[in-house]
Design a protein around this ligand. Structure first.
Ligand code: CP
Ligand code: NVA
Length: 340
């Protein structure tokens, strides 16, 4: 009897230790839900790491034995394929989870889903309808959670875009990056929000030219303006397209109607008419200004085909760099010392 009690006690002790270890994991896990989750050194190091991997050939085995779950509540082409291929090329396993077929959509809580997936996987990339869904998921996850786009932010997109800018402009240091001027023409949406966050951390100049009723997220702007005081960033929201584009190194645009806003599409088409990136707008920026778009694009709506396929466009390079930056992000979060 004593023998069994002793065994039971040891078992209980081990279980308690497991619970404590899990809690520690849970608290120490680093997620990428927002660009604000990174500092300037981390962003620069992700860019450097992606550049190195890009130049050293595509295959590696750094994530052998690791699995990444990919959850999509909205459609995706680039994010889905680049994360899957990135995992494969690093020796890991990508698992696309169809939300429609998960118990979660039948009422299992997001907390239980996150806890269970934490047992099987080493990381989760989540494209969510609402930013709060990703936050809620991460709060119950002891493995890293990566925001693959929400209504509020698209951090992986902006990291890839920074890689494209650094390569194209041959930027050698984070300090040099402070000198660029990025102008986003269009909706103050998730992509624009992540640009504001990036500018505020890295200290470059950012303009958003938008119709007045399409402001970026107020909370992100407030945080960005506060961080800008330290980093030296200049963050400007305006409806003066000319001023926004004057001397710009980058013209960036995105769809006028984001996923989930389809019912507002005709109204938005009217409101953004003056904000189409075309040859007249391009002429307002620097001659060698880079034209960027995160894609998917609605050709001849927010951007003309002429500009999209023209000599200033680096749009395809942006899509390509999603793969390389995802690798850097995955290595940082899944292989770092905060991982199991
Ligand atoms: N830019 C981007 O995230 O594209 P997808 O929606 O195709 O993933
Ligand atoms: N703003 C767009 C970005 C797509 C990658 C959307 O959310 O639909």
């Amino acid at each position: 009897m004593l023998f069994f009690l002793f065994l039971g006690g040891t078992d209980l002790h081990r279980k308690n230790k497991d619970i404590h270890r899990d809690r520690r994991d849970f608290l120490m896990t680093k997620h990428l839900l927002s660009i604000f989750d990174l500092n300037d050194k981390e962003i620069w190091s992700l860019i450097t790491s992606a550049r190195k991997m890009k130049s050293h050939g595509r295959k590696g085995s750094q994530l052998a034995g690791k699995s990444l779950g990919l959850i999509f509540e909205k459609p995706s082409t680039r994010t889905s394929v680049s994360f899957s291929v990135a995992m494969y090329e690093l020796g890991g396993f990508p698992l696309i989870l169809d939300v429609k077929n998960m118990q979660w959509k039948r009422g299992e809580t997001v907390q239980d889903t996150a806890r269970v997936l934490s047992v099987y996987l080493h990381g989760v990339m989540f494209r969510a309808l609402k930013h709060a869904n990703v936050e809620e998921f991460a709060n119950s996850s002891s493995i890293p959670v990566i925001n693959g786009l929400t209504n509020k932010e698209h951090p992986c997109q902006i990291l890839g875009d920074l890689l494209t800018i650094v390569e194209r402009k041959n930027i050698k240091s984070a300090k040099e990056l402070k000198k660029i001027k990025v102008t986003f023409v269009g909706d103050g949406n998730n992509v624009a929000n992540s640009w504001i966050a990036a500018a505020s951390i890295l200290g470059f100049t950012f303009y958003l030219a938008r119709p007045q009723e399409y402001d970026p997220d107020a909370e992100i702007l407030e945080k960005g303006l506060s961080l800008a005081k330290k980093s030296g960033a200049s963050i400007n929201i305006t409806d003066n397209i000319n001023e926004a584009l004057s001397n710009a190194d980058v013209i960036y645009t995105d769809v006028w109607t984001s996923m989930g806003e389809e019912s507002e599409s005709s109204e938005r088409d009217m409101d953004f008419k003056q904000y189409q990136v075309n040859s007249s707008l391009l002429a307002m920026a620097k001659k060698d200004c880079m034209v960027m778009h995160c894609l998917p694009a609605f050709r001849d709506k927010e951007i003309t085909s002429e500009v999209m396929d023209g000599p200033n466009s680096v749009i395809l390079e942006q899509a390509k760099n999603r793969l390389h930056i995802q690798k850097a992000v995955l290595l940082y979060l899944l292989k770092g010392k905060n991982r199991k």
